[in-house]
Design a protein around this ligand. Structure first.
Ligand code: URA
Length: 239
């Protein structure tokens, strides 16, 4: 990759500004001063420094966020804060985006990446990637609901859902459940409960495919995926 492109990608300025930076003698590749913006560098093999500090370049970034309520799963919005706004600038420079959407009031596991191919495969309806949600429900969830979800329910627009695996954690006038679904229709969990006459009052995504929410992350916090998680996710793709 050209050194000016790499530095610009990392947010060190426009291509023009980066050219000036190079001219000023701030950049070295394997200890050799580089002033030519067209110089190619091997980001995996060579050590690139800016004013003596090593610059790390990676093409892709993979972040796990515990999405807080009140924030949009989008890259930008005119009036509302987005999950991308919550990222440090050093992560925003990779231009990541959320993989799929959680409603504004939904919390929990959100994968954020700039790897379009991986995102596409995770979201593809053909892949049936299971997602598990924890929810509090206004109303008593019963075995009848478990059976109905196992058959698939009819949503308000007539769509017949694929089977969902419903587990009752606590039954009562306010029930607590776990629901695993393999689709991602708009407001799907909320609409599945509406289909059986109940209302979701709290919703949190716990898993997506092989990824589980790191519960040490506070709401709004995020971290890079571990190598192990990334391997699991990549291997999962090919199934
Ligand atoms: N289903 C919903 O209803 N909302 C979400 O945010 C995710 C799944």
């Amino acid at each position: 990759m050209r050194i000016d492109k790499m530095l610009a990608n990392l947010g060190y300025g426009s291509r023009k500004e980066v050219k000036q930076l190079l001219k000023s003698g701030a950049v070295k590749v394997d200890d050799v001063l580089i002033k030519d913006a067209k110089q190619h560098v091997d980001t995996a093999e060579q050590t690139i420094t800016l004013n003596g500090e090593i610059i790390e370049y990676k093409e892709y970034i993979y972040l796990m966020m515990n999405k807080p309520p009140g924030v949009l799963s989008a890259t930008e919005d005119n009036s509302c804060e987005t999950v991308i706004d919550l990222l440090e600038m050093e992560d925003q420079v990779y231009e990541p985006f959320p993989v799929g959407r959680l409603d504004k009031d939904t919390e929990g596991l959100l994968l954020i990446t700039n790897d379009g191919q991986l995102a596409h495969r995770l979201l593809s309806p053909k892949k049936h990637v299971p997602k598990m949600y924890f929810a509090s429900i206004d109303g008593e969830v019963t075995e009848k609901d478990v059976e109905a979800f196992a058959q698939g329910v009819t949503l308000d627009d007539g769509y017949e859902t694929k089977p969902g695996f419903l587990k009752i954690l606590k039954a009562g006038i306010r029930s607590e459940i776990e629901l695993t679904i393999t689709e991602g229709k708009f407001h799907q969990v909320k609409r599945m409960f509406e289909a059986v006459g109940k209302k979701v009052v709290y919703l949190k995504r716990m898993t997506m495919g092989p990824l589980g929410l790191d519960e040490t992350l506070e709401l709004g916090e995020y971290r890079e995926l571990t190598d192990e998680e990334l391997t699991l996710l990549r291997e999962y793709q090919v199934k």
